[in-house]
Each structure stands twice: as C-alpha cells, then as structure tokens.
Design a protein around this ligand. Sequence first.
Ligand code: ADP
Ligand code: MG
Length: 294
Amino acid sequence: MTYELIIGLEIHAQLNTKSKLFCTAATDFGDAPNTNVSPVSLGLPGALPVLNKDAVQLAIMAGLALDSDIQERSVFARKNYFFADLPKGYQISQFELPICLGGHVYLDEFDKTIHVTRIHMEEDAGKLNHQGADGIAGATSSIADLNRAGVPLIEIVSEPEIRSAKEARAYMETVHQTLSFIGVCDGDLEKGSFRCDANISIRPTGQREFGTRTEVKNLNSFRSLERAINFEMKRQIQVIESGGKIIQQTMNFDDVTGETSALRSKENAHDYRYFPDPDLKPLLVFPDQIANVR
Ligand code: ADP
Ligand code: MG
C-alpha cells in the first residue's frame, strides 16, 4: 500500500514590538525572570488590557505580505484553559473573527502555491522552567517565568495542502524570510520568535477523505520540522499497517532521539469555551490605515 502525506502548518511569529500586546511591559528576551511583567500580564484581578497599536500595524503588514484580506472588524476572544504558565486562566486570541483571512505562499522550489486560511493575533503564555532533571521527565519542580506572557504573536494557519516534509520546510522558510525581511518578526528561531506546529496525516493513495491527524507542537527549527514530519509519517504508516488506528493527539518532538511522543489527546475547540473578551472592543481597521501600511 502506498500513502499520501497531508500537512497543514500553524506558524507562530512574534511581532517585533517594544511592549506587550495589552500592556506596557517590555518584550525583551533574556531578562531576569518575572521582571518584564505588569498587573495585566500577571492577570491580576481588575487589570484592564489596552491594545498595542504597533502590534496591529505589524499584523496588517504580515497580512499584506502574504496577500491576505485584512478584515475591517475583528474580535479578541478568551480561550479558557488552566496551566501554570497562564495565571489569568485564559489566553486572549482571535477566534471567529481574525484580523486576516485567506492569502497564499508561493514555493519557488516546487512551483506550488500553499493557501493561507487565516492569520490571527494572540498573546503568548509564560514559560515553565523544569527543575531537577533533564527536560520534563523526572522534574521535581517547575518555575514559572512570566516575561513572555502577553508578548504579541500572530498565528498563520495554512490549508492542508502541503504534501511532503520538504515542501513543509520550504513553506516555513518562505514565511520566515518574508516576515523577517519586512521587519514584522525578528525571525530568531532560537529565542522562540518563530515556531511551528505541524498537523500531519496520511491517506492511502487515491483516497479522497483525509485521515486522522496528529499535531506536533513547537518546532523551532526548519530541520526539526522536516525530521518530525518524516518520523511521524513512518510512525503513522506503521500503526495503520499493523491494524491500528491513528488517534488525534498533540505530540512533542525530541530533537535528540528524533522521535515524536504523545503529550495529550487533542482537546476539541469548543472545550476552550471561547467568547468575546468583554474588556476589549472589536478592533476596527480602516481602508486608509491599510493603504498606509501597504
Ligand atoms: P486546531 O485549533 O485544532 O489546531 P486549526 O484550524 O487551528 O485547528 O488548525 C488546523 C490545522 O491542521 C490547519 O493548518 C489545517 O490545514 C490542518 N489540518 C486539518 N486537517 C488535517 C488533516 N487531516 N491532516 C493534516 N493537516 C490537517
Ligand atoms: Mg492547532
């Protein structure tokens, strides 16, 4: 049996602003833990978010560069979940009405166009530093650093049109080059300014319906993306050929072993109980503003 590989990528790019998405705390990388924080990014009760204009400008710029339709009205929503790096108990993100719809990325090397579904703005979460062991396994405690909490991101979601690890890499490289060149993102992969989640499934050649996908989180190099996809493809083929079923899961990729492993079974979107953030008005972007950015 031969199989076709189906891939859709979600790229998180940090917008190149001085301050966070909803407060004046600095976005500087590498400062002492928990120094670039504010009542808003700490999620203290009663603290109110104020949208960063520069971040909006950069998100529009990214949309124009990827040929997206900039939406005149978009809405920030609360994505509710519990995690130790998220003191508010929700992440502010755009859900039903994102700032950009559509767009495309042309892959020179393959003479192929990959369509962009949407680009939305969101805030980053904090970071947990696991203590007492190498990585998460066997850690005895974890320390939360909230310097990154509230840093502005855009998430660029592709259509499931990518068909190989090499195409995926070319897509990630092209988006990286484009956003870095226009200064929307500093493009520093090592600092986590640009990272990718890969949604991967296989289907028997000739079949129309997609197979069940897995999602490999937080790939922060082009090489890891390629390796993770190739590993995951082989793993999925093996599962199916031995009579098993792929379960929809979130996976982690280990750069040292070159293997993926399951983190958690995939939550459904509605489990997040998204709703419009009552602290933030809809974001209105006017045509003259778009023209200026262009
Ligand atoms: P979620 O919130 O569940 O991650 P999104 O809509 O944000 O969902 O992203 C889904 C991503 O997965 C998109 O990039 C899409 O192209 C991709 N995708 C959807 N179905 C499949 C599939 N069967 N195989 C591979 N990729 C898929
Ligand atoms: Mg996702």
